[in-house]
Design a protein around this ligand. Sequence first.
Ligand code: NAD
Length: 498
Amino acid sequence: MEHGNYINGRWQPSLSGRWFEDRNPADTRDCIGRFPLSSAEDVEAAVAAAKAAFARWRLLPAPRRGELLRRVGELLVERKEELARAMTREMGKPLVEARGDVQEAIDTAFYAASEGRRLFGYTTPSELPNKVNLSFRMPVGVCGIITAWNFPIAVPSWKIFPALVCGNTVVWKPSEDAPHCANLLAQILAEAGIPAGVFNVVHGDAEAGEALVRHPEVRLIAFTGSTAVGRRIAAICGEQNKKCSLEMGGKNPLIVLPDAPMELALEGVLWGAFGTTGQRCTATSRLILHRDIAASFLQQLIERASALRVGNGLEETTHVGPIINARQLERIETYVQIGLQEGARLVLGGHRLIDGDYAHGYFFAPTIFTDVTPTMRIFREEIFGPVLSVTTVDSLEEAIAVANDSEYGLSSSIYTRDITAAFRAIRDLEAGITYINAPTIGAEAHMPFGGVKATGNGHREGGWTVFDIFTEWKTVYIDYSGRLQRAQIDTERLEDGA
Ligand code: NAD
């Protein structure tokens, strides 16, 4: 079946006539459909539609824009199960996680909807008499949104819904690994009554993405994906003075101290490392164990990780779904080889699963390496798969130093009952997010989300902070004195009285 781009309220093929196929990673015989492999011409059409629509959309009062987003949220609620099933079929995560992905978008829609009645600005006293100072949040204009595949509805919703409630229009280039979810979301926005041109979807790969980034009428790029691609996008945006927010890779540490609640820590590591098959930007990919508990903890961890059921996410009993595509499967295999060559000890997994039900999908066994040192590539580089690296340390100070010995800084976690250790970790871990006695995954829609160092460029999605991305401040001075008053920047002393 052929699916289109969504431009100016109409579904249409790529002007180039090119297509790409979307297949189920758990069973590649299952073709979900063909989607447009768009070029710069398609991006041009979408940006023109978004630019024209901006003139009207920005003038619709924010509470009314919020009402439309509330309707989006209600439709997501109605279609949650259908969307979750489509998501699992398209990108593999187990159904329970796919439902969570949709739920995150529901929460984000309702949050954005209510923000239509806030979008607070500031008022402050003026330094002059008979003068009023105000500030307003203004929309930025046409926003280009580019996303990864691993949260096909949640992550786009983090950007699209706030962008829209702020009065921007949107051109979204979703991942080529999750185009079907993108079109289902577009259908919902259309059904909710978002006017034609306000929200557009252009499918394709780096070619369409880069055309969007380079388009001079696109005023802002909000990107989620790898650090390599994000850096490239940032360079182009820098040349063009374009606003740019980046959510990129991670190599997230989880520390277990000797006084930790061990059962909780074990459960946390299993979920953090192997949930979504390790394909989360916040996945627990580095486990830092205190030497006093390392041996016993590892023994139990290996036992439990070997009991995880790998399979098709549509089966409710599956814990770990497939890898997204063949390229990523090969990449994971390569990293296993690198780990072995570097001298790490493979204690679990390390291989593809190919027999029986696995024969037609991209499956990889949950994998654990021990004896990993900070100089090893498997410690430093994002693998984006079910591969956990374990490093042993002798103190809290060493644990924090090892955790911080990374290019990335997205999420982090520590398991301890010692409040002093917990607060030291909060203070000293170089990460945008720190969990205490919970794994590195599990963002909530109303809290800031993002990372430091190579993970981000200073912005935060989620919560109230996302509105700083999708608005520009307008400062307003109203002088009702009826005479020329000079501000302090132009005069030495305050002029007196009314
Ligand atoms: P990716 O960087 O390969 O692709 C992301 C998106 O960018 C896709 O839509 C892709 O088509 C597009 N793209 C690729 N090259 C481009 C270019 N030159 N110009 C413009 N667009 C381009 O990432 P992926 O493999 O889809 O996703 C995995 C990565 O995403 C991991 O690194 C993961 O950590 C990261 N991620 C980060 C977060 C976060 O919030 N920090 C969330 C999810 C995923």
